[in-house]
Design a protein around this ligand. Structure first.
Ligand SMILES: [Zn+2]
Length: 479
């Protein structure tokens, strides 16, 4: 159903304003509209997030930074996995997994130039001035002992020229230090610490030719390019800092594998204990990156499971004439307004495209009663219900139930009707596998809320996804 609205009452009011004022206003409004639509369609305004993983047990603090350049997914996915899949048991780990978030979404090295050349001096009018100031503040925070900046570099670094892919001008598979030692501070012997990390990585190589090396850029001795970087800014401020480079010759999961190996060595060396929720292998990393990712819309009246989602979801019931509020449970995810629709991103990848249908919202209900495989259950909107064989949404007096993909002749309100996997059309599922379906509740023409039923769901873990709001500003708003 498509809703056509009549003349907006706001516009009628306008007619009463004196002509001159009206024209002036229209010019202002029109130019604002132009600006905002240009901004929306070009570069999204996204700030990086800071995730402070605190163990509660005294120890050193390691700062991990990913995504300084937007086209290096090995680094920023590794950083994001630390947030989502590691538990810190002693000391602290702070993670910025998405430093250059707008460039990550645009899959660009840097939409405003190279962010890693803006640490020595920067014009206050530079669009990334605030980003640089925020990250500098974090680096020089008295709590931070050690800084890791994660990159994906081309080819394979070697200290001598071997061939086009293996030579001193390549950056892949190395740990970068700016100098051998620092005069003061914890972890001042940079080359010895990097040595240990390289040795740890090389113990776990997937192939012998993927060996790591140390790359000392000797920045102080006149390396003008490296003098503008994040790590050198840290060194100058007495913070031990290292650049980690995985090779761009590999796919993302393999790059993240090498990053995580190196990071774990730094954690060991800093005495920070941790627990990882997956086995360190390419295959497990690939699964972990998309594991359990969700988007909640409009105060969780709608929850969408994005893992294995279809490329396009149609008729998403959004709220008429108002901002869309959303939450994500992964630091690399966001939603970008794109003309008449919304694109859901995870890092460099657009995972799905939400095509909306606009409704007024009804707030008279926040849960539905269901019978799931014979068991009675009250299901709050924004939940995913695991179903083995069948479910029934119990009769609602004032509300109507629409199970997307289910039709039964003569039935308009699909409450009270048993639904099995067999009598629901697979192509209406929200996931490619064809197992997760939308159950939508309406009151007259107003949208009340949605739950998902998952015929492959394994039970409790998915039933109520906990949104870990580790950072203020985790919720974002869009028009
Ligand atoms: Zn880089």
């Amino acid at each position: 159903m498509i809703l056509v609205s009549g003349l907006n009452p706001g516009i009628l009011k306008w007619c009463k304003i004196k002509t001159m004022v009206r024209i002036w206003f229209l010019i202002v409004v029109f130019s604002c509209l132009l600006c905002s639509s240009a901004a929306a369609s070009s570069i999204p305004d996204l700030k990086f997030s800071v995730h402070k993983l605190k163990s509660g047990i005294k120890g050193h603090t390691l700062l991990i930074i990913g995504g300084i350049q937007g086209d290096e997914p090995g680094g920023f996915n590794a950083a994001s996995l630390i947030v989502t899949h590691y538990e810190i048991l002693s000391g602290n780990v702070w993670v910025v997994p998405n430093l250059n978030f707008p460039s990550i979404i645009k899959r660009s090295r840097g939409v405003y130039g190279d962010l890693n050349r803006k640490f020595a001096k920067l014009h206050p009018k530079d669009p990334e001035y605030q980003t640089i100031n925020r990250i500098k503040k974090l680096i020089i925070d008295p709590e931070v002992d050690l800084v890791l900046n994660l990159h994906d570099g081309s080819g394979f670094y070697r200290d001598k020229y071997y061939d086009k892919l293996h030579n001193p001008n390549r950056w892949g598979q190395c740990i970068i230090i700016d100098q051998e030692n620092m005069r003061t501070g914890y972890f001042s012997n940079l080359s010895r610490i990097a040595d240990s990390a390289v040795a740890h990585v090389n113990k776990h190589l997937l192939k012998e030719k993927e060996r790591f090396h140390i790359n000392n850029t000797q920045t102080k001795k006149g390396n003008k390019e490296m003098a503008k970087t994040l790590t050198y800014f840290a060194i100058k401020n007495n913070k031990s800092a290292f650049g980690l480079e995985a090779s761009k010759s590999f796919l993302t999961a393999k790059r993240a594998y090498y990053h995580l190996l190196a990071i774990e060595s730094f954690l060991h060396q800093a005495g920070i204990e941790f627990k990882r929720k997956f086995n360190l292998s390419e295959d497990q990393i690939k699964k972990a990156i998309d594991h359990n990712i969700h988007v909640a819309l409009n105060h969780r009246k709608i929850l969408l499971k994005i893992e294995n989602v279809r490329k396009r979801l149609n008729y998403i019931p959004l709220k008429k004439d108002s901002q869309i509020e959303f939450q994500v449970n992964n630091p690399l995810m966001t939603i970008v307004n794109s003309g008449n629709a919304f694109r859901v991103y995870h890092g460099n990848r657009q995972l799905t495209y939400l095509s909306p249908q606009y409704f007024d919202y009804d707030f008279s209900l926040d849960a539905v009663d269901m019978v799931v495989d014979g068991n009675h259950r009250t299901v709050p909107f924004g939940s995913i219900v695991p179903v083995k064989n069948s479910f029934i949404v119990k009769d609602l007096k004032e509300h109507r139930v629409n199970i997307i993909g289910f039709t039964k002749k003569g039935v308009k309100n699909e409450s009270g009707v048993p639904v099995t996997r067999k009598n629901i059309h697979k192509k209406y599922s929200i996931n490619k596998k064809g197992s997760i379906f939308r159950v939508e509740i309406y009151k007259s023409k107003k949208f009340s809320g949605m739950v998902l039923v998952d015929f492959d769901g394994k039970g409790l873990p998915d039933f109520n996804v906990a949104f870990k709001e580790k950072t203020p500003g985790w919720s974002k708003k869009l028009f």
